[in-house]
Unconditional design. Structure first.
Length: 241
């Protein structure tokens, strides 16, 4: 068992507000409950001082970085009305209103796995980041509460408030672990990129599209067949390995 331990960087964060738009939403922009893999990589890249092009290049130092995340507390939710102004010929041509769903005071633990030297560099970077760190949009800044290098152990495939690769609604043997106060809530499943390609104009193009399942915090699920790890009493698995 000792040989199966895995070095992990755990970064505990909180933010006043965050939003992770579900990819097919337009006029009503719902949010994912957790930051997706590309956001987790983007936060690490900002801490190290990588530009967008450096982060997503084939030579990126984060190319082999494994990521996961879990929710530490249930955030508040609200809808905010925004208006997009479309300008043509120097004048406002149309106004397009839309609702955006927001998470208030979310608290997450961001998890990173990789080579020891890289995790050591990230450990230092999260304690003194080069660029401001944000969850979602640039103005949705986060506060790093704690950074810790630890060892994750193999564990039972029981998960809550985290994300798993694949559509677990199709998983055989899926079993909710019902306890007093458990909240029956279905997972959120979306097909999302695990990386981007940046073209010569600086435009991002999604790569490695894969379904991901975002689990609620209020109920634990047993998902057979998932290679689980445990850290601080919580189960997780890598989303991009």
């Amino acid at each position: 068992m000792e040989r199966e331990r895995e070095r992990v960087l755990a970064v505990r964060v909180r933010a006043p507000v965050a939003s992770f738009r579900r990819p097919l939403d337009h006029n009503y922009q719902r949010t994912l409950p957790l930051p997706p893999p590309t956001t987790l990589l983007g936060v690490a890249g900002a801490a190290l001082g990588l530009s967008d092009r450096e982060l997503w290049s084939p030579e990126s130092p984060l190319r082999e970085l494994r990521v996961s995340v879990w929710m530490d507390a249930e955030p508040g939710r609200a809808r905010d009305l925004w208006t997009v102004l479309k300008v043509k010929g120097g004048k406002i041509e149309t106004r397009s209103p839309y609702f955006r769903e927001l998470l208030f005071f979310p608290r997450y633990t961001l998890l990173y796995g990789g080579e020891p030297a890289l995790l050591q560099a990230l450990n230092a970077a999260f304690q003194d980041p080069v660029y401001p760190l944000s969850l979602g949009r640039d103005d949705e800044l986060l506060l790093v509460e704690d950074v810790q290098l630890a060892y994750a152990q193999p564990g039972e495939p029981r998960f809550r408030g985290t994300a798993l690769p694949g559509d677990i609604r199709r998983a055989a043997g899926l079993r909710p672990i019902l306890e007093p106060g458990a909240i029956l809530e279905p997972p959120v499943v979306e097909t999302l990129p695990l990386a981007f390609r940046v073209d010569a104009r600086g435009i991002r193009h999604p790569e490695r599209l894969t379904p991901l399942s975002f689990l609620p915090l209020g109920m634990e699920l047993e998902v057979p067949g998932v290679r689980a790890r445990t850290l601080q009493g919580r189960g997780f698995t890598w989303l991009n390995s």
